[in-house]
Write a protein that binds this ligand. Structure first.
Ligand SMILES: [Zn+2]
Ligand SMILES: [Zn+2]
Length: 332
């Protein structure tokens, strides 16, 4: 095979279209992977909708599992055929204030996979070898894909929630279905808040050990120590503040959210806090995958052929995915 093909987004609002091109060659420090699976993340929808910046035309996809087919100059310690994961953080400047501080997730000049450089909705992808992650052998390609963003950034959000005994998760999609398993394994009580009336997601949450599941218009049976918002709806932020106890934290895990409506200061009073979580560090990736194998995490996936990327995005948009959607290329 000498040709690669990808599902490309030409501009915000367009449908992705199939494009064919030669298999890329790796530059210095890069590897080329043959993609075996790529998760579909809500961020991809935000890119399609023009809510998150991207370099158009762009091939989306930042939950990539693949095997090395070519290695560029200056890359050590990897071999052809080796499996690697490519996450959202595809590169950093290594010079800015945040990089020097060890907070590479906040880099001023970051490279984001599937946004500033082509991602994994493709048969092949080029990646900076230093930002690729090793995936424990216990995970198959498809089940590992959602771990690379939903799992990883969800894990960072869980860490931001602090040392909580009870936690509420708003939006029970790809990230929450992974984070609920970690939180349960850590001995925390987990409450799931879904779209009102979404009984299927509520049953799914209970099947993963959530102590209670209901609509976001309801409140869990007791106030919680922390809440994580995986849903992109800003109106849920004041709702979440009202269900956390004094000193509790509300963590916004998404890259984009609709505006947060104003709310009484009394709801923030009592040392409650709101914070966002941005991106990931390579250290997060290493720590998360060690934990993922120990739990061990089980991802629920819905597989689509790569050519049906538009259908997968549409299913995610209309909440028809249980767990995570994963694209699998048909290698010819
Ligand atoms: Zn930087
Ligand atoms: Zn993502």
């Amino acid at each position: 095979m000498t040709r690669s093909y990808a599902m490309q987004l030409d501009r915000p609002g367009a449908a992705l279209r199939a494009v064919e091109r030669p298999i890329p060659s790796p530059g210095r420090g890069e590897v080329v992977l043959e993609v075996s699976a790529c998760g579909v993340c809500r961020t991809d929808l935000h890119i399609v909708d023009g809510e998150v910046a991207a370099n158009f035309p762009i091939v989306p996809g930042h939950e990539i599992v693949g095997r090395i087919v070519a290695i560029g100059a200056g890359v050590d310690g990897v071999s052809v055929g080796q499996r690697l994961g490519v996450p959202w953080l595809g590169g950093t400047c290594e010079r800015c204030f945040y990089c020097r501080l060890g907070q590479e997730n906040l880099c001023d000049l970051p490279v984001f996979t599937g946004a500033s450089r082509d991602g994994g909705y493709a048969t092949h992808v080029v990646a900076d070898a230093r930002f690729c992650l090793e995936i424990p052998a216990a995970f198959g390609d498809v089940e590992a894909a959602p771990l690379l963003c939903a799992g990883l950034i969800g894990y960072r959000a869980l860490a931001m929630a602090g040392d909580c005994r009870s936690i509420a998760l708003y939006g029970f999609g790809a990230a929450a279905h992974i984070i609920a398993q970690i939180a349960r394994w850590q001995g925390r009580d987990v409450y799931a808040l879904t779209k009102p009336g979404d009984v299927a997601s509520q049953n799914f949450a209970r099947s993963l050990g959530c102590a209670w599941a209901g609509g976001s218009d309801q409140a869990p049976p007791e106030s919680v120590d922390a809440a994580i918002l995986f849903a992109a709806a800003g109106e849920l932020v004041p709702e979440a503040l009202r269900i956390v106890r004094k000193g509790g934290r509300v963590v916004c895990a998404g890259i984009h959210m609709s505006d947060i409506p104003s709310f009484p200061y009394a709801d923030l009073w009592g040392e409650r806090s709101i914070r966002s979580v941005a991106n990931l560090t390579r250290a997060d990736g290493k720590a998360f995958f060690e934990l993922a194998a120990r739990v061990p995490l089980r991802t629920t996936t819905q597989v689509y052929p790569l050519a049906q990327a538009n259908e997968a995005l549409d299913a995610l948009r209309t909440s028809r995915i249980e767990g995570a959607a994963v694209l699998v290329p048909e290698h010819r």
